[in-house]
Each structure stands twice: as structure tokens, then as C-alpha cells.
Design a binder for this molecule. Structure first.
Ligand SMILES: Cc1cc2nc3c(=O)[nH]c(=O)nc-3n(C[C@H](O)[C@H](O)[C@H](O)COP(=O)(O)OP(=O)(O)OC[C@H]3O[C@@H](n4cnc5c(N)ncnc54)[C@H](O)[C@@H]3O)c2cc1C
Ligand code: FES
Length: 283
């Protein structure tokens, strides 16, 4: 029997991070307070790229990716964009308030397979969130031959995860692509979309990247995957994190169904060649 009861979490801290987006830090209370509970141990199995269901009491639940998976004290982080009822209620809460969470759920990024490789990471808008844990981990462990991040934002104001990208660019190339409006004068910032930078980025790899990780708006990810395959990158070397409407997160309600696959249990990360047969013709 699947457990749909949320664990108690505390909203520890938050800061605004781009247009209508906030980076939240939470702390698991269940399991930390009770020595007999294994809740904390369950949460500590969370893998980078997995997600959790956040429960705002009296309002509802929604899925979010970890930008930092739970640590030994049960602290974890997520970047949240304000969209509807759940996220608006979350934005109205203050530090110290108690809410709920279930998880961790889904399939994370293939961290073992990508270790030590030449890795290209491409994130669009809020879609960089599922990739934060990957880049942090690889940079901390210096576990790559080459690692390059390309980030796309609609405008200067819409950029998210600035502290993370500023930290990474001390160690690895980070290309920040701004679609509309002014640049901020930073040498890592360029006009255009991530795909416009691809010829330069692929050249910088010499040979093609061994692995590509994509997350962001679907049209960006699928367009990028097609471009990369046409450029010679194997389709089995490309991984994506996709979003569908979710209710249970456990493969029982069918809301996230995608032609014989549940995104909540078979994903949200998929290899491109595995995902393609399950997409509608007109994707
Ligand atoms: C696996 C997964 C991970 C996610 N990770 C993050 C994250 O890290 N940060 C973040 O900000 N958001 C994330 N999302 C999206 C987030 O779950 C939704 O924005 C959230 O459900 C909004 O809840 P709400 O009640 O505030 O708005 P709702 O009232 O549920 O939605 C507001 C609007 O957004 C649309 N919408 C909601 N969910 C989706 C969806 N999955 N796909 C397409 N349109 C949708 C609705 O149709 C509606 O128009 C993730 C979604 C999934 C499936
Ligand atoms: S969210 Fe219920 S089956 Fe996937």
C-alpha cells in the first residue's frame, strides 16, 4: 500500500530568485524528532533529479524537484515558480511555518553513467532547477573531463539561480543566453537562445560531448535534442527531465500517463531514445 500521508516539514528560509520565483529551504521534522521513525532515512535516499510532493495544508499538493537533496539533518531545497493555488499559498508563508511533503519519487539523473565524462548541461528558465544538484555534485567532486553549462532566460529579470551560476563559472564555462532586452555586461552573457550558442559550445568540446542533460520548456528540450542528434550526438547520450500534471506521484492515479509510461515513476528523467516512442507524433 502506497503511503500518501505527508511528513511534517518546516519552512526554514527563502529568498526571491528571479521573476515570481523563490528558492526555499525546508527541514524535515518527522524522523528528526522521533528516533523510532525511519522517515529521515527514507528521505536521505533521495537521488539528484528526483522530486517530492509539497503539501500546503488546506490548499493542496504539487510536485517540485530538489535543488538540494535532503542532508543528514533533513534540510533540502527547491526553487519554486509562482503559478497557481499551491505556489501562491506557499509564497504567503513565513519562515518557521509547518507544511507537509511526500517523497522522494521518480527516477533521478544517471549520476554513475555520467561521472568522469565530457558533459553538456542545458537548462531553460526555471528548468535549470532539476540540474542544480547535478552541476553542484560534479563541480564539488571534480568528477568530469569537461563540464559546460548553457542557461537560457527570457530576459535579464527572468534569470533564476544567479548565485549558483556565479559559483559554477569560477570552475567551468557557463554561457548565459538572454532572449530579449539588455545584457548586464557580464562576459558570460550573450544575446539569443541556448541553441544559438550550440555551434560554439560543440566546438569547445573538440569531439562531441559524451552526455547531454536537458531541462526546461519542452519545446526547447525537444528542439535541442533534435539539433544535437543532427550534429552527431548519440540519442542514447541525451537525457531530459520532463513535466506532466501529477496527483499521486506513485503511478496509481494515471494523471501523468504518457503512452504506457507514467512520468512520475518511469521519469521525470528519461533517455531521449527511450522517451521518443512514447511522445505524440506532433511533439
Ligand atoms: C516532476 C515535476 C517537477 C517539477 N519541479 C518544479 C520545480 O522544481 N519548480 C517549479 O517551480 N515547478 C516545478 N514543477 C511544476 C509545478 O509542479 C507546477 O508549477 C505546480 O503544480 C503549480 O501548482 P499550483 O497549484 O501553484 O498551480 P496550478 O493551479 O496547478 O497550475 C497553474 C498553471 O500551471 C499549469 N501547470 C501546472 N502544472 C503543470 C505541469 N506539470 N505541466 C504543465 N503545466 C502545468 C496549469 O495548467 C495552470 O495553467 C514540476 C512539475 C513536475 C511534474
Ligand atoms: S501522478 Fe499519479 S500516476 Fe503519475
Amino acid at each position: 500500500m502506497h503511503n500518501l500521508t505527508p511528513s511534517a516539514i518546516e519552512l526554514v528560509d527563502f529568498y526571491d530568485d528571479g521573476e515570481q520565483a523563490r528558492h526555499f529551504q525546508f527541514r524535515l521534522l518527522d524522523g528528526v524528532q522521533s528516533a523510532s521513525s525511519n522517515v529521515l532515512a527514507d528521505w536521505q535516499t533521495a537521488q539528484i533529479g528526483q522530486f517530492f510532493m509539497l503539501n500546503v495544508p488546506g490548499v493542496g499538493e504539487a510536485p517540485f524537484t530538489f535543488t538540494q537533496v535532503p542532508d543528514a539533518q533533513g534540510h533540502f531545497r527547491a526553487l519554486v515558480r509562482q503559478m497557481g493555488a499551491v505556489t501562491t499559498a506557499l509564497f504567503g508563508l513565513q519562515s518557521g511555518q509547518i507544511l507537509g511533503a511526500r517523497g522522494p519519487y521518480g527516477v533521478g539523473w544517471p549520476m554513475t553513467e555520467i561521472s568522469g565524462k565530457r558533459i553538456l548541461v542545458v537548462g531553460g528558465g526555471c528548468g535549470l532547477a532539476p540540474l542544480v544538484g547535478v552541476v553542484d555534485h560534479l563541480v564539488e567532486q571534480q568528477n568530469y573531463t569537461q563540464l559546460t553549462v548553457v542557461y537560457g532566460a527570457r530576459s535579464q529579470q527572468a534569470k533564476m539561480l544567479n548565485p549558483e551560476r556565479e559559483r559554477w563559472q569560477q570552475y567551468i564555462p557557463v554561457f548565459n543566453m538572454i532572449e530579449n532586452g539588455d545584457l548586464n555586461g557580464d562576459e558570460n552573457e550573450y544575446h539569443g537562445r541556448p541553441i544559438d550558442m550550440m555551434p560554439t559550445v560543440l566546438d569547445s568540446f573538440g569531439e562531441l560531448p559524451d552526455v547531454v542533460l536537458l531541462a526546461g520548456p519542452q519545446v526547447m528540450m525537444f528542439g535541442m535534442a533534435d539539433y544535437l542528434v543532427a550534429s552527431g550526438v548519440y540519442n542514447h547520450a541525451i537525457y531530459l527531465s520532463i513535466e506532466r500534471r501529477m496527483h499521486c506521484g506513485l503511478g496509481t492515479c494515471g494523471h501523468c500517463y504518457l503512452k504506457h509510461k507514467y512520468v512520475c515513476t518511469n521519469g521525470p528523467t528519461f533517455r531521449w531514445d527511450v522517451l521518443q516512442p512514447y511522445l505524440p507524433e506532433d511533439h
